[in-house]
Design a protein around this ligand. Structure first.
Ligand code: KIV
Ligand code: ZN
Length: 518
């Protein structure tokens, strides 16, 4: 759904693969509720295509792509499929209810992949690519074809496969640098070559998909855009296999800040970038490095006196883009307990949350309680409240009360009362090496499971001693990982909330598995 372009401005499509290639990365898995939340946010961000998953990879992935396809209206929703009929069947089962479905079919074309992975000849690969596109076309008009490891493939062979895929009906052909091997200049030249030598390419979109093994994924994507690529495939925070994929926020801001040179436009609403990055970081438990461009904590912080002085005198001395342009608002809403509901609702909307009346009421009550504890409630606080209230994972266990006793000489004691989904409460007291250990042990005894705590991180949402504490945890149970996130003015409470949200994600999945087995 490309928007309007001016006479000299070219429109580039953004395919976001955070939920597919991003989610494939070690420890980046998300539960179906989290994926849905991320998909909604990507729609608000304005990506053109959401690659929602790899439906044939597991029944869970198929279901979660189906769930996303059912609710996303403003973007195309794509599912990845190997060039196999059974994958394409699963892809279509997941996508058939989508408003704008796309089947994304791929097969490798490089000598090393064909020989060692596929054990196929060139002719066999060509034949399978064509029959997969033809098969996908029976279901869906919008078919993308990717030549996996295209950069390490014979360029003329890629042109031939692309040409045949186009004849078979592919509307987009994608040229991935699967192992992140290319250098920007040669990648751009290769894209020009493909453009010039692929029969029928003028009728379809040419996409690129770059990995970051040499830290060049963004540079290669930009080079490809300059050489005529129509679509780039990328992920939020650059998450993805190994060193990750090209980072969406870096590509987008390069396009925006250097419009004078690139003359490119996208549909992205850049003010949604920061909150999208935080959401992905929270649901995956993968923190963004502080010096990461655009979304790192330090990306807009000026430490050196000489820089501070310059920025105060004239912002552009050391800033090439404004924090506001990526959604960091200087104009934090200074709200307190006397602030009105209307102003609060407006702020929520500005932050990208369009909630129904019941949810608004719930968040507003919590906001008033928070405003009683804190002098200033800022955007990060409001965002945390809104996320908590619109959580998509059902609460098997709900926090009722807690207390801890701790000191320097003795161990700690944790007391907790949890409410089960049937409304019944359970209370337990446990000893531990510290308050968190004690309270987590008490929770484990109540739920009757002892998941491994793989990650526990605590920080402050904003600066200052009145900031809310934010905790991220990752637990492991039967070789599956579950992330949890909790926020509170009390760090122990935020730790309990985070642990319980991971436990609830685990209980939800275990219950879903039980249903599938029956
Ligand atoms: O990196 C890659 O080649 C891919 C394709 C399957 C598009 O992710
Ligand atoms: Zn990839």
């Amino acid at each position: 759904m490309p928007g309007k372009t001016t006479a000299h401005t070219r429109k580039i499509l953004i395919l976001d693969t955070t939920l597919r290639d991003g989610e494939q990365a070690p420890l980046c898995s998300m539960n179906p509720g989290e994926k849905l939340e991320v998909a909604r946010k990507l729609e608000k961000l304005g990506v053109d295509v959401i690659e929602a998953g790899f439906p044939a990879s597991s029944p869970g992935d198929l279901e979660s792509v189906r769930g996303i396809a059912a609710i996303i209206k403003d973007c195309t929703v794509a599912g990845l499929c190997r060039a196999l009929e059974k994958d394409i069947d699963a892809g279509w089962a997941a996508l058939k209810k989508a408003y704008h479905p796309r089947l994304h079919v791929f097969i490798a074309t490089s000598p090393i992949h064909m020989k060692w992975k596929l054990k196929m000849t060139r002719d066999e690969v060509l034949k399978q690519a064509v029959s997969a596109v033809l098969y996908a076309k029976k279901y869906c008009n919008d078919v993308e074809f990717s030549a996996e490891d295209a950069f390490r493939s014979d360029p003329d062979f890629v042109c031939m496969v692309f040409g045949e895929a186009i004849k078979a009906g592919a509307l987009t052909v994608c040229f991935p640098d699967t192992v992140g091997y290319a250098l920007p200049d040669e990648f751009g030249k290769r894209i020009s070559y493909i453009r010039k030598n692929t029969p029928g390419i003028e009728r379809v979109k040419l996409s690129v998909h770059c990995h970051n093994d040499l830290g060049l994924a963004v540079a290669n994507s930009l080079s490809a855009i300059t050489a005529g690529a129509d679509q780039v495939e990328c992920t939020i925070n650059g998450i993805g296999e190994r060193a990750g994929n090209a980072s969406l926020e870096e590509i987008i801001m390069a396009i925006k800040v250097r419009k004078n040179v690139l003359n490119i436009e996208t549909r992205i609403n850049t003010t949604q970038i920061h909150s999208t990055s935080r959401l992905v970081s929270q649901v995956t438990g993968i923190k963004v490095q502080p010096n990461k461009p655009i979304v790192g904590e330090n990306a807009f912080v000026h430490e050196a006196g000489i820089h501070q002085h310059g920025v105060i005198a004239k912002r552009e001395t050391y800033e090439i883009m404004t924090p506001e342009s990526v959604g960091i608002s200087k104009n934090q809403m200074v709200v307190g307990k006397h602030s009105g509901r209307h102003a609060f609702e407006e702020r929520l909307k500005w932050l990208g949350f369009n909630v129904d009346n019941d949810t608004l009421e719930k968040i507003f009550i919590e906001f008033k309680l928070l405003a009683d504890k804190k002098k200033i409630v800022n955007d990060r606080d409001i965002e945390a409240l809104a996320r908590g209230a619109s959580a998509t994972v059902p609460e098997t266990w709900n926090l009722d009360h807690w207390a801890v006793n701790t000191g320097s000489a003795l161990g700690a004691t944790g007391t907790i009362r949890l409410k089960y989904k049937d409304g019944k409460s359970k209370k337990l007291v446990s000893l531990g090496d510290g308050p968190i250990d004690a309270i987590y042990k008490a929770i484990n005894q109540i739920i009757g499971k002892e998941p491994e705590l793989e990650l526990y991180e605590i920080g402050a949402i904003t600066g200052g001693s009145s900031s809310q504490g934010e905790t991220m945890v990752r637990i492991r149970w039967e070789d599956r990982y579950y992330n949890g996130h909790g926020v509170s003015t009390d760090v122990i409470e935020s730790s309990i909330k985070a642990y319980l949200s991971a436990i609830n994600a685990m209980e939800w999945e275990l219950a879903a598995f039980k249903k599938v087995k029956k």
